[in-house]
Design a protein around this ligand. Structure first.
Ligand code: PLP
Length: 832
């Protein structure tokens, strides 16, 4: 792009987009095939065609991107910066075509070139730069920011290896390295000229300067260079194109190889290897891994690069440093980027020479923090020795923030030393640790939870003291998901039917889906609705057959639980229900049960033995149930491997029933629940996370509720929970556990599931057994409802109709208004 002016590029792109014949686009694809891939059509592989197509689409976006950047540079705008260690963006081609409004044009152009667009879409590698919900949320928010025309930058890490690919061998999860970059990434632009240096280790020097002020310099032991890899984020049917800037680590080559003898040469190369390791791999865990030096280094690396980048943009734009927080709002997606509080202070004071008070005011005005968990074990802390050795200067700053903060605490709660100890940024009990959630809270002007229930519990439990001290700082922003990817792109059939029925206004204002409710009793509409849902189920059935060899009947109830495998998400509760249903049928083969297909998907963290055992339990049940002649195919159990964004496109639109069965009080929000609802699935769920709001919106008659409430969970635990009481009281439960323990689902080996069964019987920390009976009863209500197709279809339509609240556009609107003070800025490619 360097040798083409913005105007010229814009004019070209505009000319191309006005060409209705698609010929210009076809021409672009061939040009990219020849000029970028060095291939000609007769010998091009599908991969070559995919790359050529992707580059052609990217060219369209780059024109919009340049136009956007030009406006941001010239106008007085506020930029929302979303700092996140994960962005689970999913495949890009289809979504970019959708947002550019050129799906048909691309299909026709590729057809004219003898290529099938769907085949090309299928070969795209997914950038798995996140673990699950948290990373996917960041990606949905980037989509909404561009669609709502908000100037925005996403800042994160360019992992060379993303989340592992999951294979199932012999019933067990096997992790396979994710080599998403092996064929190159056509969407990214690497910018060696946009790079920053990040120091680690060493020591600090304190000096008084000639104005009598304390100046601190950090003499780092080593430096790493961060290079920007930019991905364009195109808004839906607008010209706004923002950027997702991911940092890749590189060694700083400050030495001359000639000057080194052999020993030093290898040391120098070793240094290079260590530096490049920083952005090598994503930690495949939802929860922090205590004491992992590399993980803290990754966090500091991307945060420091991002803040230096913001300061560079500020200088380049000619804004004065005092106005930093007028130019930028920065959201901390969980505590992973929370070191930013100390790092911005360091940059403002040590590099830009500001005094503490000015720097602190700017810092607090800039940051806001999103909490994602109530689980105390998931709140991130770092041991002091590790912190000291890696980040000596940021730690000094944290000490000073803490000293001043605790003075405030003592003024607020005089004489309450216990409170001071609880709120301190340093946990002084046992091995001392830095509490990252406290740092994020103290350094931000807003702290939010991600669903109404979660935000309430946050104020009552882990953040109680802070909520007392700063009540106005705490608020709720319920999560949302993008209807572009999760409805329009992945369920085009349903999207088309909705267009025909209520017009296309819902595409940019999802609350308009409520107009569908007027058609909830229309027989013709029911028929169309069911036909589309059946088609979606047929497509998923074919995927399942391809991936697992299991045949499933699209007429069966598709009962789906896809999400990370975790004890608190309770896939084992679902498994116990399947076993009990299976036993019921074995005892009474003539029992009239509605055919059901239980579909599971999700990855377990490689070091999480219990979660891996839960996968084995599901595959073990599948081995038995799917082949038992007594069942006559009435029950099918599937573990669909490698659940990721791409596979989610097939799964969410094909679900009749969405399983959202976490222990109440444990799931902060959930977003899978929202994707299912939008696509017309009914939810069976506990009063947890956003389920509460889903039920409120759908109406309680359109939601299958079961289980203990968060408060009841709390009480039961306080009064001494005894799982064995529930086993004694329930024959089905006892039988199911006994069969697992005897090896019925582990090819006769009674040892395999012993840890799982023992855990449930002895402690059952997530109250699986306490909720079992109610869950079974609720599932029976589901079966009854399913038998009445008219009733079920009505409930399905109403669920979609009431899902408007769960658009990420609504969520981003709230962040802009209540936290960032950011506004839309119109980009018009026609008027550069
Ligand atoms: C939406 C999504 C999630 C989050 O699912 P939950 O049910 O909210 O836990 C995880 N992984 C992928 C690939 C997703 O698309």
């Amino acid at each position: 792009m360097n040798d083409v002016s913005t105007e010229e590029a814009a004019a070209n792109a505009q000319a191309a987009s006005q060409d209705v014949s698609g010929y210009a686009f076809q021409h672009d694809v061939v040009r990219n095939l020849i000029c970028r891939a060095g291939r000609y059509p007769e010998i091009a592989s599908p991969q070559d065609w995919y790359m050529a197509l992707a580059y052609s689409v990217r060219d369209r976006m780059l024109a919009r991107w340049s136009a956007s950047m030009k406006v941001y540079a010239e106008k007085d705008v506020k930029v929302a910066c979303y700092l996140s260690a994960e962005f689970l963006i999913g495949p890009q081609l289809g979504n970019n075509l959708l947002n550019l409004g050129m799906q048909d044009e691309a299909r026709e152009a590729m057809h004219a070139l003898g290529q099938d667009l769907d085949a090309l879409l299928a070969i795209e590698e997914e950038p798995g730069l996140g673990n699950g919900g948290l990373g996917r949320l960041a990606a949905c928010y980037m989509d909404s920011l561009s669609t709502l025309e908000i100037p925005a930058i996403g800042y994160g890490i360019h992992y060379e290896f993303g989340i592992f690919d999951q294979e199932i061998r012999d019933g067990w999860q096997v992790e396979v390295t994710d080599k998403w970059l092996q064929n190159g990434n056509p969407w990214e632009i690497v910018r060696p000229d946009v790079s920053h240096y990040v120091g680690f280790g060493g020591h600090t020097q304190h000096q008084i300067d000639d104005q009598g002020r304390l100046r601190v310099s950090w003499i780092a032991a080593r430096q790493v260079k961060g290079v920007a890899c930019d991905l364009p984020v195109q808004g839906y049917r607008v010209d706004t194109c923002n950027v997702l800037r991911l940092w890749k680590s590189e060694a700083v080559e400050s030495f001359d190889f000639q000057d080194f003898n052999a020993g030093q040469y290898y040391e120098a190369v070793q240094e290079k290897v260590v530096s490049e390791t920083l952005s090598k791999v994503l930690y495949p865990n939802d929860e922090p891994e205590a004491g992992k030096r590399l993980r803290l280094a990754q966090q500091y690396f991307f945060v420091s690069c991002s803040l230096q980048d913001m300061l560079r943009l500020m200088v380049w734009k000619g804004t004065s440093i005092e106005q930093f927080s007028d130019l930028f709002a920065a959201q901390l997606n969980d505590t992973h980027p929370s070191i930013a509080v100390a790092e911005l202070m360091r940059l403002l004071m040590d590099v830009h020479g500001l005094a503490w008070d000015t720097a602190w005011e700017i810092t607090q005005r800039t940051f806001a923090y999103t909490n994602h968990t109530l689980l105390p074990e998931a709140l991130e802390t770092w041991g002091l020795p590790l912190f000291q050795s890696l980040l000596p200067r940021p730690l000094e700053i944290i000490y000073e923030i803490n000293r001043r903060f605790l003075d405030d605490v003592r003024r607020e709660f005089p004489g309450d030393d216990a409170c001071v100890a609880r709120m301190s940024l340093i946990d002084e009990r046992g091995d001392k640790k830095v509490r990252m959630a406290h740092l994020a809270t103290v350094g931000s002007h807003a702290v939010n939870g991600v669903a109404a229930l979660h935000s309430d519990l946050l104020r009552q439990t882990v953040m109680h003291d802070f909520a007392e001290m700063y009540p106005q700082r705490f608020l709720n922003v319920t999560n949302g998901v993008t209807p572009r990817r999760f409805l329009m792109l992945s369920n085009p059939g349903l999207a088309g039917l909705i267009d025909q029925t209520i017009g296309a206004g819902w595409r940019t204002d999802l609350t308009q889906l409520d107009k569908l409710a007027a058609h909830a009793d229309d027989a013709g509409f029911h028929e169309a609705w069911r036909a589309i849902r059946r088609d979606n189920k047929t497509v998923l059935a074919a995927r399942i057959a391809g991936a697992t060899g299991i045949d499933v009947d699209p007429n069966a109830l598709f009962d789906i639980q896809v999400k990370r495998i975790h004890e608190y998400k309770r896939q084992h509760l679902n498994a116990l229900y399947i076993i009990s249903l299976y036993h019921r049928l074995c005892r009474n083969p003539a029992l009239d049960v509605a055919p059901r297909c239980f579909i599971f998907g999700g990855k377990a963290a490689p070091g999480y033995a219990m979660a891996k055992l839960m996968i084995r339990l599901i595959t073990g049940i599948a081995e038995v149930v799917n082949h038992d002649p007594v069942i006559e195919g009435r029950l099918k159990v599937v573990f669909y491997p490698d659940f990721n964004v791409k596979n989610g496109h097939w799964v969410y639109p094909a679900a009749d029933l969405s399983e959202q069965i976490s222990t109440a009080g444990k799931e902060a929000s959930g977003t899978g629940n929202m994707k299912f609802m939008m696509n017309g699935a009914l939810t069976i769920g506990t009063l947890d996370g956003a389920n509460v709001e889903i039920r409120e919106e759908a109406g309680e008659e359109n939601f299958f509720l079961f289980g203990l409430s968060a408060q009841q969970v709390d009480e039961l635990k306080r009064n001494g929970y005894r799982p064995s009481d529930y086993v004694q009281a329930n024959d089905d439960l006892r039988e199911a556990l006994a069969q697992i323990a005897q090896g019925r689902f582990s090819r006769g080996d009674p040892d395999v599931f012993r840890p799982l069964v023992d855990n449930l019987l002895r402690s059952d920390p997530f109250l699986v057994l306490a909720d079992f009976a109610d869950y079974v009863e609720c599932q029976d209500r589901v079966s009854d409802a399913w038998r009445d197709a008219r009733r079920w279809t009505r409930m399905s339509i109403v669920n979609t109709a009431r899902s408007g609240k769960f658009s990420s556009d609504r969520a981003i609107g709230e962040y802009c208004e209540r936290i960032w003070n950011a506004r839309a800025v119109r980009i018009d490619l026609a008027q550069p």
